[in-house]
Design a protein around this ligand. Structure first.
Ligand SMILES: *[C@@H]1O[C@H](CO)[C@@H](O)[C@H](O)[C@H]1NC(C)=O
Ligand SMILES: *[C@@H]1O[C@H](CO)[C@@H](O)[C@H](O)[C@H]1NC(C)=O
Ligand SMILES: *[C@@H]1O[C@H](CO)[C@@H](O)[C@H](O)[C@H]1NC(C)=O
Ligand SMILES: *[C@@H]1O[C@H](CO)[C@@H](O)[C@H](O)[C@H]1NC(C)=O
Ligand SMILES: *[C@@H]1O[C@H](CO)[C@@H](O)[C@H](O)[C@H]1NC(C)=O
Ligand SMILES: *[C@@H]1O[C@H](CO)[C@@H](O)[C@H](O)[C@H]1NC(C)=O
Ligand SMILES: *[C@@H]1O[C@H](CO)[C@@H](O)[C@H](O)[C@H]1NC(C)=O
Ligand SMILES: *[C@@H]1O[C@H](CO)[C@@H](O)[C@H](O)[C@H]1NC(C)=O
Length: 499
């Protein structure tokens, strides 16, 4: 390549143009089965400060897909693959580690595609090292290839929240919703949606499950993992590696029609999995995994209640108004601790006529009474709440902060919930604590100042006698000051503990 460039530089311009055209004509068709636009090693780009939304870097030959800089929240930057007609990002390189929209942020291709900034902080890299070209395909796949057409890296292997048609979703991948709360993964014979109700824990709660129906082909144990793919004919197929016959088909509304526009499946921020197709001007909804609002993992936020009849939100605690999507501030962690103070730092909320939205996927214990179910949860510091079905005797225990429940007419479905002490009242308590502290300190200073002033007046009246007095009774004057001081500090500490 270098020797070729050297000889090219010695040619005149018309010769060069001719040679370039011939070269383009000769090299582009056999590159790959699908059309692609490409860049070679040494390429570099920085974001333009005047661009407010999206700055394309490389666009595929159809013009449908563009890789470039996407401005996020005004100041941040994501490297994104955008569906140009809709401006919809179907893939993000660095969703968890956004860069800054600054002319110091650089995207370079040196074998790896690297997004970094001058303090040589690397936000994201493909770590492909020996790549010869970067290509954007008309399938929306971004690839790093060698001159021998080996694919070293491809964006299809690292989906964010979206799958496009013909993209293989394997059992080692996951889709993650834009807020990071929900994910989609494959099991040995199913597809599942999971919620991260307990941050920092790996024990995600499954809230939706699609087991392979195995109508056309069976999942054979030990014959390899399954994978899923959005089919252009309008379904999500699950397949077992090595067998092109699907073990499962989840049909969309347009099934089995071939649509001219792109199909995509997205894990939305509310936890639903939806399929769309581009109809030329809009993304038309074609499928949703969860049809009823109340069956979403947390449609009314924490401690919310979703009315099964009409899908409207209220609060589990009927004294709290439902506003802006939250009944109580989001709570985290559990009630386990070492000190005696932490054992019962919660208050209790009970409510009848409630159900868990995904109870079929939750574990339960058989218990003979509601009281037994409640006590089991009360005594376990990692339990946040329990729902008891008085008809069946099922006791569901929640080991994560309470999310939305479904309100049902059946009053024999009873709920017990722990609310962290101070939640929703925290601000008032902190305020009162600080207030008491301030008053005490002010009082203290006042008493001190008055005391010193009176002592000085008294000493001035007595002349030199002060020294002898101090010697005899010296402990008395600083005494009250010290006592009052320690007492008021204790009260400040207590105020702080309440808050
Ligand atoms: C975009 O893709 C569709 C098929 O998905 C194709 O018909 C159309 O021609 C493409 N757009 C452009 C500008 O090539
Ligand atoms: C963008 O800002 C909003 C609110 O200002 C925030 O909730 C959100 O997390 C931010 N998004 C990212 C990707 O940082
Ligand atoms: C490409 O650039 C990155 C970031 O500057 C660097 O870490 C990496 O070693 C470079 N790779 C090659 C093959 O030069
Ligand atoms: C998806 O998987 C199938 C079967 O393993 C394979 O033939 C196809 O090339 C894969 N597609 C992509 C885009 O990797
Ligand atoms: C929804 O249904 C509940 C009872 O299930 C009722 O209390 C509430 O007023 C209804 N809300 C609306 C907006 O219709
Ligand atoms: C609020 O809940 C309590 C018990 O949790 C119940 O007795 C009361 O009737 C409810 N009030 C309203 C207005 O629903
Ligand atoms: C407490 O609850 C957690 C989660 O539900 C469970 O794993 C654990 O075994 C329980 N502990 C006891 C002592 O029952
Ligand atoms: C629960 O069921 C028992 C009998 O199985 C019944 O006696 C009791 O009244 C029920 N409680 C409620 C609240 O429905």
């Amino acid at each position: 390549m270098e020797t070729f460039t050297d000889s090219v530089t010695r040619l005149s311009s018309p010769q060069l143009l001719f040679l370039t055209l011939v070269l383009l004509y000769v090299t582009s068709p056999p590159c790959a089965a699908s059309a692609q636009a490409e860049l070679s090693r040494g390429f570099k780009a920085t974001p333009d400060p005047s661009i407010q939304t999206f700055q394309p870097v490389l666009t595929d030959p159809t013009g449908n897909f563009s890789l470039g800089f996407l401005r996020v929240n005004k100041t941040q930057l994501a490297l994104a693959l955008v569906h140009v007609p809709s401006s919809d990002p179907v893939w993000l390189a660095n969703p968890a580690q956004l860069a800054r929209w600054s002319d110091r942020t650089t995207l370079l291709f040196n074998g790896s595609l690297v997004l970094s900034d001058p303090q040589s902080k690397v936000f994201w890299s493909t770590h492909s090292e020996i790549g010869d070209r970067l290509a954007v395909l008309d399938t929306s796949n971004v690839q790093i290839q060698t001159t021998q057409d080996t694919v070293l890296w491809q964006s299809f292997d690292f989906p964010t929240n979206t799958l496009v048609e013909n993209q293989n979703f394997t059992s080692t991948m996951k889709l993650v919703s834009s807020n990071g709360l929900y994910s989609m993964r494959l099991g040995n014979n199913f597809m599942g949606l999971f919620a991260k109700f307990k941050p920092g824990s790996n024990a995600d709660q499954m809230y939706w499950k699609r087991k392979a129906m195995e109508a056309k082909a069976k999942v054979v144990e030990g014959k390899g993992p399954i994978y899923a793919r959005v089919d252009p004919d309008g379904f999500i197929g699950m397949y077992q590696t090595g067998n092109p016959t699907p073990v499962d088909i989840q049909a969309f509304m347009t099934f089995p029609r071939l649509i001219n526009g792109l199909r995509k499946v997205r894990l939305e921020a509310d936890g639903n999995l939806k399929a769309y197709y581009w109809d030329g001007s809009n993304w038309a909804l074609d499928f949703q995994a969860i049809a009823a609002t109340c069956e979403l993992p947390s449609p009314c936020g924490s401690f919310g209640l979703c009315g099964a009849g009409n899908g409207s939100c209220s609060c589990l605690n009927n004294q709290t108004e439902f506003y802006s999507g939250e009944c109580f501030p989001v709570q985290t962690g559990d009630f386990c601790g070492s000190g005696w103070r932490e054992i019962k730092n919660f208050r209790v909320l009970r409510r009848n006529g409630v159900e868990l939205p995904y109870k079929e996927l939750m574990e339960y214990k058989m218990m003979s009474s509601y009281g037994e179910c409640e006590r089991t949860c009360e005594r376990n510091c990692s339990c946040w709440g329990a729902v008891y079905n008085n008809g069946s005797g099922f006791c569901y225990l929640m080991d994560y902060p309470i999310q939305s429940l479904v309100g049902v007419a059946d009053e024999s479905k009873m709920g017990y919930f722990k609310v962290r002490e101070g939640a929703g009242r925290k601000k008032i308590n902190v305020g009162v604590g600080v207030g008491i502290g301030v008053v005490c300190v002010a009082l203290l200073i006042f008493v001190g100042v008055v005391g010193v002033w009176r002592f000085r007046v008294w000493r001035r009246k007595r002349g030199g006698g002060g020294k002898r007095f101090m010697g005899q009774d010296g402990g008395a004057s600083p005494g009250p000051y010290k006592d009052l001081g320690s007492a008021s500090f204790r009260s400040i500490e207590m105020g702080g503990q309440n808050g």
